[in-house]
Design a protein around this ligand. Structure first.
Ligand code: BES
Ligand code: MN
Ligand code: ZN
Length: 498
């Protein structure tokens, strides 16, 4: 899909659908010009459809006897005072999906003027349009209906002259963000049979193109053994697919102001291991590498967005399976930093692998570590499926990330890293247990577990078990399946640093 700006006032250009978003109770010169051009049809339609610009209203009507413009869609934006950037994303997402349904090839939008900057607006328009149009068709067989064709061109008509250039760069940026997010979505949606640890690691290679400033280092099982990554190795032991460690690096052209490490949980399939999950709980567990998918997506974006920050992306890809060689409840594994983990439930495997990934990250001596993990069902119980939980040891980092998420339009809510709960994960046999005794506070005890592996480095853990995957759609820019949650937040965070 191409997104174009047309600095024209001429509405006579050919289009399958001209979209006219309107604020409630606002009548603009643009609207009356258009109405004149359509011989009063716009006003007539507004009246007959009781269209007043209320949020969510759509009135679509054909323009008969006019070959060029096939339809007009009036779209209610609600009150101008409460209209947000996120509403722009939802609007263009819904627009491209509706356009697809009526087989439109070309749509144009006559956007009303707002106080948003051109850059914000351009980015949100592109993000919404591209993310809303996302479909995962790779695995359709001979029975599937033909794939619906996406809109070919989305034209933004007559933008505010002063915002034109910044809007252009916003569109570029938003497109890059969306493409990176879509890359992550594809990885998450791919079945575990085709997304083994090696295949996930290979996907990271695609970011390291020449001239991108990105390179990648692999650690095979032997290297991981030599490094003492006994946590990740223990989890991997039940699977026929050996583990692979991945270290992505991005070096900016100029001297970097900061060095940031991003760690992702990379369990390509989580059966629970010997503490086997019930069938229902296993159904979606191909998504348990969503953290790593976000890391890869982020690096995809870095080559285009190029912030002035050194970035390290780390994940230890493993598959958690039950077998004669699997790690067992009761086993004690000494993690890479020497902390002895008593494994009481092999289904709490994410933290056991992240232990070593975080130690590896900490040894790079970064200014901050951020990890993303589909870590606990408890976090989904607490916040529902739309919202990620985040927690950490550094106020400034927490606030920066919270701000970046707001800007990106991704929902996150802070959970307290309540130190007294450390009692709950104390082990009598080893140092710490991988589960928290009782049934409460599971997202927090998991976070506290991870805190043992970051030393004094400022660190934030983001539990994305809920928002990494959509089963029931609640927003048009988040179609069914993997969401690529976190890519946009991380890019905004890194942009804010350099
Ligand atoms: N990958 C799961 C968490 C998960 C649950 C992600 C639902 C996405 C949706 C994780 O490895 C897990 O199994 N966690 C256990 C921990 C428990 C055994 C302490 C859980 O949440 O039940
Ligand atoms: Mn698990
Ligand atoms: Zn898991």
């Amino acid at each position: 899909m191409k997104i174009e700006l047309k600095p024209t006032t001429s509405l006579g250009e050919a289009t399958d659908v001209l979209c006219v978003p309107c604020f409630k109770g606002e009548s603009t010169a643009r609207l009356s010009d258009l109405d004149k051009e359509l011989h009063g049809m716009l006003k007539t339609m507004m009246k007959s459809e009781s269209f007043d610009g209320s949020s969510g209203q759509w009135a679509v009507f054909p323009i008969l006897g006019q070959a060029k413009m096939k339809r007009v869609a009036l779209i209610g934006l609600g009150d101008k005072g409460v209209f947000k950037l996120d509403d722009v994303r939802k609007l263009t997402a819904q627009l491209v999906r509706r356009a697809r349904d009526v087989k439109a090839k070309r749509a144009s939008i006559l956007f009303p003027s707002t106080t948003m900057t051109g850059r914000e607006l351009g980015s949100a328009i592109a993000e919404g349009a591209l993310l809303g149009a996302y479909q995962f068709h790779t695995y359709k067989g001979k029975l599937h209906e033909e794939k619906k064709k996406d809109l070919e061109t989305l034209v933004l008509l007559n933008p505010d002259a002063a915002k034109r250039t910044s809007m252009e760069s916003g569109i570029q940026e938003g497109s890059a963000l969306a493409r990176a997010t879509i890359f992550a979505r594809d990885l998450v949606n791919t079945p575990a049979m085709d997304m083994t640890p090696k295949q996930l690691a290979d996907a990271a290679k695609q970011c390291a193109t020449r001239g991108s400033g990105i390179s990648v280092k692999y650690m095979d099982q032997q290297v991981m053994e030599r490094m003492g990554m006994r946590g990740a190795l223990a989890v991997a032991r039940g699977s026929v697919h050996p583990p692979v460690g991945v270290h992505l690096m991005y070096h900016p052209k100029k001297r970097a102001k900061k060095k940031i490490a991003i760690v992702g949980k990379a369990v390509t399939f989580d059966s629970g291991g010997l503490s086997l999950k019930p069938a229902d709980g296993m159904m979606t567990m191909k998504i348990d590498m969503a953290g790593a998918a976000t890391v890869i997506g982020l690096f995809q974006a870095l080559s285009l967005i190029a912030p002035n920050v050194e970035v390290h992306g780390i994940f230890l890809a493993v598959e958690n399976m039950p077998s004669g060689s699997a790690y067992r409840p009761g086993d004690v594994v000494k993690a890479m930093n020497g902390v002895a983990i008593e494994v009481l439930n092999t289904d709490a495997e994410g933290r056991v692998t992240l232990a070593d990934a975080l130690t590896y990250a900490e040894r790079l001596k970064p200014d901050a570590i951020i990890d993303l993990a589909t870590l606990t069902g408890a976090c989904v119980v607490a916040l529902g499926e739309d919202i990620a939980g985040y927690m950490g040891n550094d106020r400034k980092l927490l606030d920066r990330l919270g701000g970046a998420a707001k800007e990106a339009g991704e929902e996150m809510w802070e959970l307290p890293l309540h130190q007294p709960y450390k009692e709950l994960i104390k082990s009598k046999i080893g140092d710490i247990k991988n589960i928290g005794g009782g049934k409460w506070g599971g997202a927090i005890t998991a976070g506290l577990f991870l805190s043992h592996f970051v030393g004094k480095t400022p660190w934030v853990h983001i539990d994305i078990a809920g928002p990494s995957y959509v089963e029931k759609e609640t927003r048009p820019d988040l179609p069914y399946g993997g969401t690529g949650f976190g890519v946009r937040t991380l890019v905004r965070y890194l942009q804010g640093l350099g």
